[in-house]
Design a protein around this ligand. Structure first.
Ligand SMILES: C[S@@+](CC[C@H](N)C(=O)[O-])C[C@H]1O[C@@H](n2cnc3c(N)ncnc32)[C@H](O)[C@@H]1O
Length: 435
């Protein structure tokens, strides 16, 4: 069904990525240019934690399929001032949910609130759930079952101090679940945070990109998909596919185009200047499997200690890293043998494994990593994501910028270091950059 009336949508995203998401939406709107819905993707206000937009179904489907940064796409159903749970119940009970889904679909209701005066948000959530179920029973004689794990349909309620907004989810599983990252380590980075960081870093395809602690390969897989034009949602299903109304034929056209693009990407023979390394052979195996599922050709992947890295290419580029935080790791080689990292080898490019060194990830590690950047990565820009605000001090580098970002609930900083020749801002006690 086509949608003559534009809808209001809200796309939540990791806090700190609102501006990159709005910029991404403007590009997705461009994709729709020339189609009947071209006029119907209007990027709206950025608010903490998301971006509003307005459009038809094509806009919502394209946002789901192509956005790398949004966590979900929510269709706004109703909004009204409230004082208590009864007002919220009444608002939810008035909505014609039966237009969107039937009692045969399973349901989940979530509620988030900022400064709400209500005593129990759990009770408010139950009232929304009751209202939706009561509404469907009154029109169809049956209530939907609740399924919190794998619901067909999700309703979201958002409360401010005075206003309740109801949304119907169009995404299903959160959008950072692309479907390709089945192998991951203990602390993987959310895919949409990785994609947002690439945009904040100003990385564009063609510029060398290096992640020297790549783990399961999130940064490099996202970057390679961007370079090859592979849509992040090409292999997954979306919540709107379970709704009674959405533009089925426009969706089929979009999906076929995305699958074709992924197929073409798989036959790409050009070497992408995207590089990953990690000290753990196990992690590199996971990264390889993830990259294959993400539809990108094999990339340069090496087992290296981050303290011993050298630029993988002659042209300076962008280095991104999400170092381990507050953990001790055991390193496994490609055949599963346990190795532990020793102190940094000063020999550039050496694969530093061998003698046991229990506290490999202490200040010494970050100091040596900082030295490697200063001494060997002149001309590069490095972006390091960490919850540890003291990290630049430990690396003995002065950041050029720091951006607060959230990895799930964990507040982090994205530190930027400009490793420009002769102007690396070194902290006292650090080794001066060479060259
Ligand atoms: C927080 S994880 C990175 C997660 C990654 N961004 C992902 O999405 O999977 C940190 C990574 O640093 C690696 N690591 C730890 N010590 C290292 C070292 N000395 N040199 C290189 N990599 C190291 C770990 O093996 C782990 O994969």
């Amino acid at each position: 069904m086509s949608s003559p009336t534009p809808f209001d949508f809200f796309a939540p995203c990791p806090r700190g990525l609102e501006a990159p998401l709005a910029a991404e939406f403007a590009e997705i709107a461009q994709r729709l240019a020339g189609t009947a819905d071209a006029q119907r993707f209007e990027v709206g206000a950025q608010v903490p934690g998301g971006v509003h937009f307005r459009g038809g179904w094509a806009a919502a489907m394209a946002a789901n399929l192509h956005s790398r940064i949004a966590s979900r796409v929510l269709l706004k159903i109703a909004e009204r001032a409230y004082r208590g749970e009864q007002d919220i119940y009444a608002l939810a009970a008035e909505q014609p949910w039966e237009r969107w889904f039937s009692a045969n679909e399973t349901l989940r209701v979530d509620l988030t609130a900022i400064k709400s005066p209500l005593r129990s948000l759990e009770f408010a959530t139950l009232r929304v759930k009751d209202a939706v179920c009561d509404r469907l029973r009154s029109v169809s004689g049956a209530r939907p079952s609740i399924d919190t794990a794998q619901p067909d349909v999700r309703v979201f309620a958002f409360l401010t101090a005075t206003v309740c907004t109801l949304y119907l989810d169009t995404s299903g599983e959160p959008l950072f679940k692309r479907g390709w990252r089945l192998d991951k380590g203990a602390a993987p980075l959310r895919e949409n945070l990785a994609a947002g960081i690439l945009r904040l870093a100003g990385w564009t395809p063609g510029t060398p990109l290096y992640d020297p602690m790549c783990g399961s390969g999130t940064f490099i897989a996202e970057a390679a998909q961007i370079a090859l034009g592979v849509a992040p949602g090409v292999e997954r299903r979306f919540g709107f596919e379970k709704l009674k109304q959405y533009d089925v034929s426009a969706w089929q056209t979009m999906k076929v185009a995305a699958l074709d693009a992924k197929r073409r990407a798989g036959t790409n023979k050009t070497d992408l200047p995207i590089f990953g390394s990690d000290i753990s052979g196990d992690m590199l195996e996971k990264a390889r499997a993830n990259l294959a599922r993400a539809g990108v050709p094999s990339l340069w992947l090496k087992q290296l200690d981050a303290r011993a890295i050298v630029p993988p290419t002659g042209e300076p580029g962008i280095l991104v890293a999400n170092p381990p935080y507050g953990e001790r790791i055991v390193v496994r080689g490609p055949r599963g043998e346990v190795r532990e990292p020793r102190h940094a080898s000063r020999e550039a490019g050496a694969e530093a494994f061998g003698r046991a060194q229990p506290d490999a990830l202490d200040g010494e590690f970050f100091r040596a990593f900082g030295d490697a950047l200063k001494q060997r990565f002149t001309g590069w820009r490095a972006f390091v994501l960490t919850p540890d605000r003291a990290l630049p001090g430990q690396m003995r580098l002065r950041e050029s910028a720091k951006t607060p970002l959230f990895n799930g609930a964990l507040e982090c900083r994205l530190f930027r270091f400009d490793l420009v020749s002769g102007s690396v801002k070194a902290r006292p006690g650090s080794q001066e950059p060479q060259g």
